[in-house]
Design a protein around this ligand. Structure first.
Ligand code: C5P
Length: 246
């Protein structure tokens, strides 16, 4: 993919985080936003709370594209099996920890490619909850988090992953290092005037897109508002403005 290949509509760049502990809320949110956003992120809370049939139920509710935020991290054979199973469920995007190493990432790639429409395979670099002190002290990895993020993004790219999850602060460096066609999936998005909640580092849709973000993961800034569809439309129009200004 080149940057010119990446031309989804503004709304299709929005991935809604379905951070719910029950199926009813997730399905209700999906029904109200389907057609107005690009996809829906299903994380470990939802899937563990309600079971794996949530994927089919969300698709029935209108979710055409599901990002399974699985963050797989295990030996290559086990991760390959898990990615293959997720791909067979028809998820559109799934992620694995890039720190699982090259062999694990290659196994994940091969497993994803066993289905006729492989999901986008995305690497998690360094969790944003890990700062440089934690990286150095607890994980005994030297250097700063940004160096490690770029290192893992390069590794992910070298073994054929489609892209990485990254914080808004890292997207420009990843784009400069890995090029415009390497997919970036960016959480921590807050439109102007919306509370940061527990996110330490946030960016507006406009600045994330200007820095080169492909997909924006948006949770509470849409789902916790009285009118999620209007909130999603406002994010889409901010993205559209940013795209036309670049
Ligand atoms: O509600 P909010 O927009 O903060 O939700 C962001 C979503 O992105 C959550 O599902 C969160 O787990 C996820 N995420 C994140 N920061 C990361 C990786 C994922 O906020 N570094």
């Amino acid at each position: 993919m080149t940057q010119s290949d990446f031309s989804p509509s503004a709304k299709d760049r929005i991935l809604i985080a379905l951070d719910f502990d029950n199926a009813d809320d997730a399905i209700r949110m999906t029904r109200s936003l389907a057609g107005n956003v690009g996809g829906f992120k299903v994380g470990l809370e939802l899937v563990n709370a309600v079971g794996f049939d949530i994927f089919d139920r969300l698709m029935d509710a209108g979710a055409e594209r599901i990002f399974y935020d699985a963050k797989f991290h295990d030996i290559p054979n086990t991760v390959a099996g898990a990615v293959r199973a997720a791909a067979r469920r028809g998820v559109w995007m799934v992620n694995v920890h890039a720190s699982g190493g090259g062999a694990m990432l290659r196994a994940a790639r091969e497993a994803a490619d066993t289905v006729s429409h492989p999901p986008l395979l995305i690497g998690v670099t360094i969790l944003t909850s890990i700062d440089t002190a934690t990286l150095n002290r607890d994980l005994r990895v030297s250097g700063g988090t940004s160096d490690q993020v770029l290192h893992l993004a390069r590794l992910a790219q070298a073994v054929g992953l489609d892209g990485v999850v990254a914080s808004p602060q890292e997207v420009a460096a990843i784009r400069a290092t890995c090029g415009p066609s390497f997919v970036t999936v960016i959480p921590g998005i807050r439109p102007a005037g919306v509370a940061a909640d527990d996110q330490a580092r946030v960016a507006s849709p406009r600045s994330a897109v200007q820095d080169g973000a492909h997909y924006l993961v948006v949770g509470r800034a849409v789902t916790a508002t009285p009118d999620p569809r209007a909130a999603a439309e406002a994010v889409a129009s901010e993205i559209a403005d940013a795209v036309s200004a670049t």
